[in-house]
Design a protein around this ligand. Structure first.
Ligand SMILES: OC[C@@H]1[C@@H](O)[C@H](O)[C@@H](O)c2nc(CNc3ccccc3)cn21
Length: 451
């Protein structure tokens, strides 16, 4: 908890305050103007995959309402906006032919952001793989490293200079654990053999895209990971071992590969005969100098030993805990603990909190257009306090992107969960800033002093 030293700590001058979204979750019009389908277009149109049969066909209609959404960011005083580009809008077949209309959409968006004093942070890959590449094996095909580098190069040449902070991948752990092991996310595979292969090709693609950036780019590029502290449910040796496996699998696996050029040894134990031995040249590709990392933080996991695949671990619900609508415990101390862990393990690389937020049940829009969301305000206040603590502990935290600017399509949960600081009426597409938006706006304007 804060003490006199940390409570007096402050956010550094120039701290980058913003909000985050992702293409498939807000844009809609996935096939407009020559765009090709992604695996999420297919997955959402596969019966039973998404709650209520929701799809990203309309979403927040950001593909048409981008200018009003930038005006909304300006009204909130945001300094930055983290968004992702749709690979299959730019390259409908994933490689080769460029769809200029797709490139023009993002070029216009970037210009509008800059004209409104908002810095763009561009994520190349936020889970929406071109369906045409999935048909060629997708993340299971080693050629995807070059396919991804080619995609990045098209965007670097078109936007570098206007875009000065680039992200290769959003959360490779979720892509593999959700898309290849448990099947809850596109492309919906369930294979312990495919999962490590997808992991490795994602990280090879990350390295190839960074290499391609270094050839032409003049600014910064990094990787975004989701990390979640694991705490033992008891002081038993079995629970300690379960924590070690869970921590290696989610928290160490991807940053170790990208920053240290190796996977944690626990992964071989976790996957057994499904864990390949990779050639050193692959790690030479994966390990590229990064200008920053992005950390997406939402919750912690109290972990015990239990029969489960692949970790033989289970999360223990906390009877006195506070939980969000997605069943995630509100635990800001976990953010402090993990930021200090990352600083100590990876050498205090510049870090942005690239996602942090919560889904709570929001009341309907009240008279006068007010939406009271005190639980989200409390969540943000506590987690921003945790970041301030981590900064006081010496962590080089450069910015914070609240998840999310808008209520949006929460992947397999469809529109059933609302993470936005701005409410979206999906029937009318009306945007209504929630109390949390006004709260966050004051935080941004005061550089956190109003916390
Ligand atoms: O679930 C909220 C957001 C999601 O909307 C973003 O697109 C994605 O980047 C994102 N990542 C997490 C991190 N945790 C997570 C854990 C298990 C499954 C999915 C996400 C949360 N979120």
């Amino acid at each position: 908890m804060p003490n006199s030293a940390t409570a007096s700590a402050r956010f550094p001058d120039g701290f980058l305050w913003g909000a985050a979204t992702a293409a498939h979750q807000i844009e809609g019009s996935p096939l407009a103007d020559g765009a090709g389908p992604s695996i999420w277009t297919r997955f959402a149109h596969t019966p039973g995959m998404i709650v209520n049969g929701d799809t990203g066909d309309i979403a927040c209609d950001h593909y048409h309402r981008w200018k009003q959404d930038v005006a909304l960011m300006r009204e909130l005083g945001l300094k930055a906006y983290r968004f992702s580009t749709s690979w299959s809008r730019i390259l409908p077949e994933g490689t080769g032919r460029v769809n200029q209309a797709g490139l023009d959409f993002y070029s216009r968006l970037v210009d509008e952001l800059l004209e409104n004093g908002i810095e763009p942070l561009l994520t190349l890959y936020h889970w929406d793989l071109p369906a045409a590449l999935d048909d060629r094996g997708g993340w299971l095909n080693r050629d995807i490293a070059q396919w991804f580098a080619e995609y990045g190069d098209v965007l670097y040449r078109a936007l570098d200079g206007r875009v000065k902070k680039w992200v290769t991948l959003n959360e490779p752990w979720v892509v593999t654990d959700g898309g290849y092991l448990h099947g809850a996310l596109a492309p919906g595979h369930r294979s312990k053999y495919e999962t490590p292969i997808a992991t490795h090709n994602l990280m090879r693609a990350h390295g190839a895209a960074v290499q391609a950036y270094r050839a032409t780019g003049k600014h910064e590029i990094g990787l975004v990971v989701n990390i979640e502290p694991k705490y033992p449910a008891s002081d038993s040796a079995d629970d300690a071992a379960a924590v070690k496996r869970a921590h290696a699998y989610m928290n160490e696996q991807y940053l170790d590969a990208a920053l240290l050029g190796r996977y944690p040894p626990e992964l071989k134990d976790i996957f057994g005969d499904a864990w390949p031995q990779w050639p050193q040249e692959d790690f030479d590709l994966i390990r590229q100098k990064l200008d920053f990392i992005g950390i997406n933080y939402y919750t912690r996991s109290v972990t015990k030993a239990a029969q489960s695949y692949p970790l033989d671990a289970a999360v223990v619900k906390q009877p006195l805990g506070t939980y969000t609508e997605t069943g995630w415990e509100v635990f800001p101390q976990g953010l402090v603990d993990l930021l200090v862990w990352a600083k100590d393990r990876y050498g205090n690389i510049p870090t942005y909190i690239t996602e942090n937020g919560a889904a709570f049940f929001d009341p309907p829009v009240a008279e006068g257009g007010r939406i009271r969301d005190p639980l989200r305000i409390d969540y943000l206040q506590k987690h921003l306090g945790a970041i301030r603590q981590a900064i006081a502990a010496g962590c080089d935290i450069r910015g914070y992107m609240v998840w999310s600017l808008l209520d949006n399509m929460e992947w397999s949960l469809g529109y059933s969960k609302r993470f936005g600081i701005v409410h979206v009426n999906y029937g009318t597409q009306e945007r209504t800033p929630k109390d949390s938006a006004h709260y966050y706006s004051k935080i941004v304007a005061s550089n956190g002093a109003s916390l």
